[in-house]
Design a protein around this ligand. Structure first.
Ligand code: GLN
Ligand code: ZN
Length: 777
């Protein structure tokens, strides 16, 4: 009897982003469906063989997806909204992609991390997309109506099981569970609870499970990550119904109930009461739940112990893990234990070996998916054959952990001293808002309804080309700099010409709003090939924060200075805030996130005060990802919001009253975090409101938000140029609820993804709209 080494899911994209190439070539009409499907099959085969070679006993199948695994379920159960055509007996690849991407021409795509990063088709629109739990992966939101019917319209899980079987590999199919699927769906019928569709949905799942059993599957992994969240009424009962039915219909299959990204918490009893053969625990996020589970779980239940972190890039300390695992194996029996990653490895880069430029010391602390497979195997062998059988591996792992613990590359005494010296005063501006507002008015002398933009101007093909050439060494530093200065100058001149009141430099020198800062801060590193899927064929390479964060020298002052030298109008300093930098990076796991966040805050605070010293009267600190960091459990929100707001305040509070701090957020929801936004106490906040026709402002109005607000009047996500009158209307609407001296006029977000031909007329109209609205005061 031995412990089983398992995996929950492997990255789909291919070590050289093969899936992206295959998809984009198909979408561009350069290759046919057959070629696409062959490339996909080749990727699956590679992944399976790689895992087999690594010694994984339970290799997942159906973890692959051409676009998204939630969309796969829509395609499997016939949940195809009618705009994409009639439900067919088999969902076609083109229907699938129409749901994913819309079906005609698309607007450019926003920042891949953002919820506002959405495609807007001019023909049939894509389905809505949103973040998968607390990750930066985005899934397509199923759309269901009260009269929804379901039918088996794709046998993908069965097909892929058989495909692996043909290669001589027996896999453990993965299915997104029916209850999580329904709770993630949005209802097309107002007020309808999508869980009511469960009994209609179950037969389709039963059919898939039946076919899997028939094909020879032994275990099936059913993912129900909703169990890591606060569950609404009826969810426990829904789980009972679904899994009771499965146990009845396919008793020969062993089901592994899988939840991750947190503890079962108050859902544990519900989970343990289900008639399944095994249950998976995320012990990277929630190691504390092991004890309770051991006490409560019946001895017959297999426990899948998710000890290797599937959400982060750090190498595990294997001997330390074994200290915890060995007693569990002794207590429960080896045949009832699976060793597993905490969640699917979808969220980590594929192979550390592909990184040739990382500092070897830092690299030695890391493990990507391929290395994590090795760690799982080592744990399995240590448990099955004794620690001596993997002596070398264990020693290496322990050494890496020890080196990381003491390395001077991580632990900077100056940072420790500075952290210890943070005072309450550092998180407070000198005076309350009213006094600051007066000081800023006296200094800035702005008109009512001042116009501004969010920071970036179009990143044209020329800008991208120049950057790429510079990175390759083909364009010298001086030439590149010259080029950027010209772009910046043109943007400044043009803003002056059309009469914008508060200017920006355009961010042409920035590749990405987080990477740009990470590359200049100590404590960060970057990969060359560490791609992680954000959505569809969009992959990102998140920065990796490995050590104490410091700012060796000013990062933006020179660019600001140059831009300001071109104009008498105020030029905003433009920074990314600490919470956003944190939330879009892989973060250290040896200190709390809140501490890293505060270190970043101190570094950016120095940038803020340097900009002030250089003469900046206005500094914008973007916190686009503050909302994204909200924990899955409501009970943990306040704690997060407290330290996140504190970090922002530390960043913003080193300046005088007359220096105006702006922030920008592109969310779709403010109601539940409005108090935190109030507590940030930025002098001016710009938000996304145009698509909601100013409805998002309600939260601010109800809260009686006292500071200044720029409710976006121009939807930058669409190529459409808004006309003057509609923006005047929006401003009039805002005027109803806000005092006129609170209102700024700006677009919803940065303009980097738009074309100049769209931006030019839109901003000209925006300025005209501000003038008209001003005249009505
Ligand atoms: N200043 C950034 C820009 O304009 C802000 C982008 C964002 O918050 N998403 O691009
Ligand atoms: Zn934005």
């Amino acid at each position: 009897m031995s412990v089983t080494v398992t995996n929950l899911g492997f990255p789909r994209i291919g070590p050289r982003r093969e899936l992206k190439q295959a998809l984009e070539s198909y979408w561009a009409g350069k290759s046919d469906e057959k070629t696409l499907l062959e490339s996909a099959a080749a990727l699956r085969a590679t992944n399976w063989t790689k895992q087999r070679a690594a010694g994984i006993d339970h290799i997942p199948s159906n973890d692959f997806s051409l676009y998204d695994h939630v969309l796969d379920i829509c395609a499997m159960v016939g949940a195809i909204p009618s705009v994409y055509g009639q439900v067919q007996s088999k969902t076609s690849v083109d229907t699938y992609f129409a749901m994913a991407r819309g079906s005609q021409e698309y607007g450019t795509v926003e920042h891949p991390y953002l919820s506002c990063g959405h495609q807007h088709g001019l023909g049939v629109p894509a389905m809505e997309m949103t973040k998968w739990f607390d990750t930066n992966y985005h899934y397509m939101v199923p759309e269901l109506s009260s009269d929804q019917s379901f039918a088996l319209t794709s046998t993908k899980p069965v097909d892929e099981f058989k495909e692996a079987q043909a290669l001589g590999i027996k896999t453990r199919p993965v299915l997104l569970g029916p209850v999580t699927f329904l709770t993630l769906a949005k209802s097309k019928t107002e007020g309808f609870d999508t869980l009511k569709l469960l009994s209609a949905l179950i037969p389709v799942y039963v059919e898939v499970l039946r076919q899997l059993a028939e094909a020879g599957a032994e275990w099936v992994q059913i993912d129900e990550p909703c169990l890591a969240t606060d569950l609404g009424d009826g969810v426990a009962l829904a789980l009972q119904t679904a899994y009771g039915r499965f146990a009845e219909a396919v008793p020969q299959l062993r089901l592994l109930l899988t939840s991750y990204f947190g503890a079962y918490g108050d859902n544990l009893d519900a989970a343990l009461s289900l008639p399944v053969a095994g249950i998976h625990l995320d012990l990277a996020r929630a190691p504390e739940q092991l004890e309770t589970v051991l006490a409560k779980a019946p001895k017959s239940l297999t426990l899948s112990l998710g000890v290797i972190d599937g959400r982060n890039v750090w190498r595990a300390n294997l001997p330390a893990l074994l200290d915890k695992l060995e007693p569990v194996v002794a207590q429960r029996g080896a045949d009832k234990i699976f060793i597993a990653p905490s969640c699917s490895m979808l969220h980590v880069p594929i192979d550390l070996d592909a990184e040739t430029t990382l500092d070897p010391e830092v690299k030695n602390w890391m493990a990507f998916a391929a290395q994590k497979l090795g760690e799982l195997k080592t744990l399995g062998r240590a448990l099955n054959e004794g620690r001596d059988s993997v002596k070398a591996e264990l020693t290496e792992s322990m050494r890496a952990a020890a080196s990381r613990k003491s390395s001077q590359k991580i632990h900077n005494p100056a940072v420790a001293a500075r952290m210890a010296a943070v005072t309450k005063e550092m998180a407070s501006r000198k005076s309350p808002f009213a006094a600051r507002q007066k000081a800023q008015r006296d200094r800035l002398q702005l008109v009512a309804y001042p116009t501004t933009t969010i920071g970036s101007f179009p990143q044209t093909p020329e800008v991208r080309k120049a950057r790429a050439a510079n990175a390759k060494g083909a364009l010298g530093h001086a030439e590149y700099n010259d080029f950027l200065r010209k772009e910046t100058e043109a943007a400044v001149r043009w803003q002056e010409e059309i009469g914008i009141d508060v200017l920006v430099h355009g961010e042409f020198e920035r590749n990405d709003m987080v990477q740009y800062f990470g590359e200049q801060l100590d404590g960060f590193t970057f990969t060359k090939n560490g791609w992680v899927q954000s959505y569809g064929s969009r992959y990102v390479r998140p920065p990796i924060i490995f050590g104490d964060v410091t700012r060796p020298k000013p990062m933006t002052v020179e660019w600001w200075h140059y831009a300001q030298s071109l104009t008498k109008k105020p030029m905003k300093g433009m920074l990314t805030g600490p919470v956003t930098i944190l939330n879009w990076s892989f973060v250290r796991d040896d200190i709390p996130r809140s501490e890293t966040c505060r270190q970043i805050a101190l570094a950016i605070r120095d940038e803020v005060t340097d900009l002030e010293k250089a003469g900046a009267a206005m500094i914008q600190i973007d916190e686009a990802a503050l909302r994204e960091g909200l924990p899955l459990r409501r009970s943990e929100w306040q704690h997060y919001l407290d330290w996140a707001v504190d970090a922002f305040r530390i960043t913003a509070s080193g300046v005088d009253d007359a220096t105006q701090i702006h922030t920008h957020m592109c969310y779709s929801e403010f109601n539940d975090i409005i108090a935190a936004i109030g507590a940030m106490d930025a002098d001016v906040i710009s938000i996304e409101t145009s698509r909601s026709k100013m409805e998002l402002l309600d939260a601010f109005v109800d809260y009686r938000y006292p500071n200044e607000i720029g409710p976006g009047v121009y939807d930058i996500h669409s190529p459409r140029v808004p006309d003057v009158s509609e923006m005047v209307d929006l401003l009039q609407k805002a005027r109803k609820h806000l005092s006129p001296d609170q209102i700024w006029v700006n677009p919803d977000c940065g303009l980097k993804t738009r074309k100049w031909d769209e931006v030019r007329p839109a901003l000209v109209n925006m300025v005209a709209a501000a003038e008209q609205a001003r005249a009505k005061l």
